[in-house]
Design a protein around this ligand. Structure first.
Ligand code: UVW
Length: 337
């Protein structure tokens, strides 16, 4: 099951949660921290942090991720929708609807597991890079080839590991939109620290950190029009080394945003002069230090409420689906304030 890495990537924490660890920073969601997070519940008001899962509504954000398909199942040869539960007994009064979903796991509000992004890295020190993921794991079994072409999904680091932790803890909102507006630009360490300072936001070990940029509002608005959303609202600057170091040093347990990829997404061409990741923040979080990424969450109503009430913290409950081998998952996260 485990890996046999001899060399770990620079800036990684491989091994620090144990040689077989598949949870990364989610290990920090301890019972004590859940109790601390519960103390943030003062009104009992809840917020749904998911978009409707049929948004963005086309594949314009990512051409290979298609809208969900929902269809009734076939039961006893007929469409099981608003019909009798059993067709062989006219005395039964039950009506039945039963359906099936085909969902691209990263189409809408989602979690990325650690099997989403790996790297070509020489973890065994033999001079040749191999395919490797967080804590040195492989996602394809070397013995059987299982996992290849998605036959059974990732053999390690699947989203089910994350689901089993329940993903509950203290959420902390960083309201980028309130300071940066709707212009597309990358926010780096210095600007992020200035925003934390201005809003008196403290990020502590084990926090589930949410970045409100306003992008999901554009998705909701665009659902009424034929126009794609385009490149708007802020993203984090994945090229800013100080920012990546802060993610490591802060001890945050997960990083979540209402935009496509937290950082500048791969659909926007990056100039590269040497080998390296297209998505450096993904590499840092998912591959090196075991921080799961939440994307396309709906954070606007919660961010507005927190601002009006002079708060930044809340209880966050956000498990992904417990789907063995999946690399990502839709989610319906709940904030309680
Ligand atoms: C890619 O675009 C590769 O992934 P994500 O949805 O995590 O940004």
């Amino acid at each position: 099951m485990s890996k046999c890495w001899k060399v770990r990537p620079e800036g990684s924490n491989w091994g620090e949660f144990g040689p077989d660890d598949q949870l990364g920073r989610l290990n920090l969601l301890t019972a004590e921290r859940v109790l601390e997070a519960v103390k943030e519940v003062r009104t009992g008001r809840t917020f749904c942090l998911s978009l409707p899962l049929d948004l963005p509504g086309s594949n314009s954000l990512n051409p290979s991720r298609l809208p969900p398909e929902l269809k009734p199942v076939i039961r006893q040869g007929e469409i099981a929708f608003d019909g009798p539960a059993r067709r062989d007994n006219p005395l039964q009064t039950d009506l039945l609807c039963d359906d099936a979903m085909l969902i691209h796991s990263q189409y809408s509000t989602q979690w990325d597991s650690f099997s989403h992004i790996g790297a070509l890295f020489d973890a065994d020190g033999d001079g040749a890079p191999e395919h490797v993921y967080y804590n040195g794991f492989k996602v394809v079994s070397e013995e059987t080839g299982e996992g290849l072409y998605g036959e059974i999904g990732a053999v390690n680091l699947g989203i089910e590991n994350m689901a089993e932790t329940c993903v509950q803890g203290r959420g902390v909102m960083i309201d980028l939109r309130a300071h940066c507006g709707d212009e597309r630009r990358a926010v780096g360490f210095d600007e992020l620290m200035a925003i934390l300072n201005k809003d008196d936001v403290e990020v502590m070990e084990g926090d589930l950190v949410c970045l409100h940029t306003g992008f999901a509002d554009r998705i909701v608005a665009a659902a009424e029009t034929p126009e794609p959303v385009g490149a708007v609202c802020t993203v984090l600057d994945g090229d800013d080394k100080k920012l990546l170091e802060w993610i490591s040093e802060s001890g945050l347990a997960a990083l979540i945003s209402d935009n496509v990829a937290v950082e500048q997404s791969s659909s926007v061409a990056r100039e590269m002069t040497e080998p390296g990741p297209v998505l450096p923040l993904h590499e840092h979080c998912l591959f090196k230090i075991g921080v799961p990424l939440g994307e396309l969450w709906y954070l606007s109503d919660l961010a507005a409420w927190l601002r009006e009430n002079g708060r930044s913290r809340f209880l966050l409950t956000a498990p992904p689906l417990r789907m063995p081998g999946a690399v990502g998952s839709p989610a319906t996260p709940v904030a309680t304030v």
